[in-house]
Design a protein around this ligand. Structure first.
Ligand SMILES: C[S@@+](CC[C@H](N)C(=O)[O-])C[C@H]1O[C@@H](n2cnc3c(N)ncnc32)[C@H](O)[C@@H]1O
Length: 264
């Protein structure tokens, strides 16, 4: 079979299954199975696909038809300038979360930063990668997520300490970053099949208003702690009321996504 023949079969199958970006997904899966980049797929439709790669690809397209996210199928996700290993134990890092890293890039040399609810380690590891002078630590209430974050740190050769902890571990931090769960309980069932069927619910849902974990973190952190909290755009006003001198920052789509301030 050739690349074109495989794409001609996979794209309609993914479209029929309701995938938002069937062609992109198919091209990414084919490129990975062949060990080439997507540009090669686009420019070489006659490229032959060997039987072993073809079998791997059929299995992966079948998983994607079942709405498994491409990142879980491939076992990796890019985030800023690093690539993280991901599986169903952790949330797939989202582009809007890169804003948390950007805010921390402005810190002075040697500052101590803690990432609460680190998941795959995305925020803490991307920050350490770009600012190796910072002293970065991370935590998560899920022991499975802690394992994933530690493995990512080891694979990337970055000196990140990750502990299992709910809320903020004791420490002296110049800035605390947190992308905690913020989906409302009643929103869960209406989310995309990729999320509901595969991503960990505890990483996403946090009480009737989606604010339980954020409120608990602020309530339990020492007064004067500087925090930057990711939230849904419609939660920005509520999060500002939790903090002293709050400032809200927009994500790439211009929506209010992160609020920074001091714990009162
Ligand atoms: C939305 S995910 C974010 C993961 C990662 N920071 C990212 O952006 O890709 C939230 C993470 O917070 C963890 N978590 C949930 N409640 C927590 C709490 N109260 N304290 C610490 N971690 C918590 C979950 O296990 C999950 O890994």
């Amino acid at each position: 079979m050739t690349v074109r023949e495989v794409l001609d079969a996979a794209v309609p199958a993914l479209k029929g299954a309701g995938c938002d970006t069937p062609r992109l997904d198919a091209e990414v899966l084919v490129a990975d199975a062949l060990g080439v980049d997507r540009a090669t797929i686009l420019t070489s439709p006659q490229l032959p696909i060997a039987p072993a790669a073809s079998r791997l690809l059929s299995e992966r397209v079948r998983r994607r038809v079942g709405r498994e996210p491409v990142a879980y199928i491939l076992g990796r996700k890019g985030f800023r300038h690093i690539e993280l290993a991901v599986d169903v134990r952790v949330l797939i890092p989202r582009p809007e979360t890169e804003l948390l890293v950007e805010l921390a890039l402005e810190l002075p040399e040697g500052a101590r930063v803690h990432d609460v609810g680190t998941g795959s380690g995305a925020v803490a590891l991307a920050l350490l990668h770009e600012r190796p002078d910072l002293i970065v630590s991370a935590s998560d209430s899920s022991s499975a997520a802690v394992e994933v974050a530690r493995a990512n740190a080891a694979r990337l050769g970055l000196p990140l300490t990750v502990v299992e902890w709910r809320g903020l571990p004791d420490g002296d931090y110049e800035l605390v970053l947190a992308n905690l769960p913020y989906v409302r309980e009643d929103q869960w069932g209406g989310l995309a099949p990729e999320i509901v069927g595969f991503e960990p619910r505890d990483a996403l849902v946090s009480g009737p208003e989606g604010l339980d974990a954020i409120r608990a973190l602020v309530r339990e952190s020492p007064a004067g702690t500087h925090v930057a909290l990711e939230h849904a755009p419609d939660q920005a006003a509520a999060v500002r009321t939790l903090l002293h001198a709050p400032a809200t920052y927009p994500d790439l789509s211009g929506r209010e996504r992160v609020t920074a301030g001091t714990v009162p």
